[in-house]
Structure formats: structure tokens, C-alpha cells
Write a protein that binds this ligand. Structure first.
Ligand code: BEZ
Length: 211
């Protein structure tokens, strides 16, 4: 199956989760969503990642993002593992964890990289827009826990650039200046950014982030 790419429609699926059965497209309809895989239940890095995601519930909610974890373990394992997350991370799981023992989600999203491991997923993360298109994908190996501050940062960029004809520079954080995209002429920019901008090069125009 060809790899899913940015701009592709996020595949739909029906699965069991720790919050009950879902059809993915129904529950994400009109919302931003994050779907992220972790290789295996009852493993140390995954335990910290799920705890961190639960701690960031309000941050995801403030951005209107619905979060879903997935692993190729069965629902009974997920349910048994939840207690460990609470015990060790000090926070209860507060988002649905998808059980994918037949790997239909992992396969549809290309989360299994056979040269890394032919049965477990890597740490894939997809940000999906309200139009159900993939806006961003990030992949980490099993041994490296993700930086969830970076996940929130890229969501801020994706949501801003979806609304305005701007791009965000290296290491940008919400509230910092942005770049007017080259497709916008200076004439158009005068209307869109009446407060003005700084031209460092004709193709590099810096402007305060639109509200
Ligand atoms: C972990 O989450 O700690 C882990 C999972 C699979 C392989 C290596 C580490």
C-alpha cells in the first residue's frame, strides 16, 4: 500500500476503543484530530507518552483537537494498562485508546515499518484537519518518546496557516511573527496586512501573526 501523504484523506475505520466503539470519520467530523500510534501496551516510553497526552488535555481542547491513541494490542490489555498510567504518571487516561489487534488501522496508516519491526508500530503521529485531510505526519522509532510541546506547536502553526496566507519560520511559537507567503503580492499584502510588514528580501516578508 502506498504511504499516506500530506493532503491525502485520512482513512476511515471502525474500531473498539477504551471509550467504546467508534467510526473514525464520524467522531472527527468537522474537528481537528490527532491519531498517534505507540508500539505496545505495558512498555515504559509508551506509558510516559500516554500520561503526557492526558496531562495536555486542556491544551488539545483549547485548540479544538480530538486525540486518539492506537496500538496493535487488544482492548483488554488497554483496559488493564490504564491503571498503570494513572499510578505512574499521576493522571488518568482521558482520551480514547484504539485497540487494533488485527492491525487494520496500523496498516491503513502505514504505521508498521517492517525494517524496524514487522509486527509493532513505530511512533507515528498524524494531524488531521476538519476536512479529514492529513495536514502533518511525524514518525519516531520505538526507542524515542515524542516531544508533545512540538505537537502543540505544529498544531498552532497548522491552524494559523489554514486561516491566513502566512507561513511560520524555524522554531516559531504561537504569538511570534510570521512570514507572508510568496503567492501573496505586495499589492494584496497591503490589504491583508494593513499594519505593514518588514521586507528582508522580496520573498522574505515578516509580519506580526494575524489574530
Ligand atoms: C517503550 O514504549 O518503552 C518501547 C516500546 C517498544 C519498544 C521499545 C520501547
Amino acid at each position: 500500500m502506498p504511504a499516506l501523504l500530506i493532503g491525502d484523506e485520512a482513512p476511515d475505520f471502525e474500531v473498539e476503543t477504551t471509550d467504546g466503539p467508534i467510526r473514525f470519520h464520524d467522531v472527527i467530523d468537522g474537528s481537528w484530530a490527532v491519531l498517534f500510534s505507540h508500539p505496545k501496551d505495558f512498555t515504559p516510553v509508551c506509558t510516559t507518552e500516554l500520561g503526557m497526552t492526558a496531562k495536555l488535555k486542556d491544551e488539545f481542547a483549547a485548540r479544538g483537537v480530538k486525540v486518539f491513541g492506537v496500538s496493535v494490542d487488544p482492548i483488554e490489555d488497554h483496559r488493564a494498562w490504564i491503571g498503570d498510567i494513572k499510578d505512574t504518571q499521576g493522571v488518568a487516561l482521558n482520551f480514547p485508546l484504539i485497540a487494533d489487534p488485527d492491525r487494520k488501522v496500523a496498516t491503513a496508516y502505514g504505521m508498521i515499518h517492517p525494517n524496524a519491526n514487522d509486527t509493532l508500530t513505530v511512533r507515528s503521529l498524524f494531524v488531521i484537519g476538519p476536512d479529514k485531510k492529513i495536514k502533518l505526519k511525524i514518525e519516531y522509532p520505538a526507542s524515542t518518546g515524542r516531544n508533545f510541546d512540538e505537537v502543540l506547536r505544529v498544531i498552532d502553526s497548522l491552524q494559523l496557516t489554514a486561516k491566513h496566507q502566512v507561513a511560520t519560520p524555524a522554531n516559531w511559537k504561537a504569538g511570534e511573527d510570521v512570514i507572508i507567503v510568496p503567492a501573496v503580492s505586495d499589492e494584496e499584502a497591503k490589504e491583508k496586512f494593513p499594519g505593514g510588514w518588514k521586507t528582508l528580501k522580496p520573498y522574505l516578508r515578516i509580519v506580526p501573526a494575524p489574530k
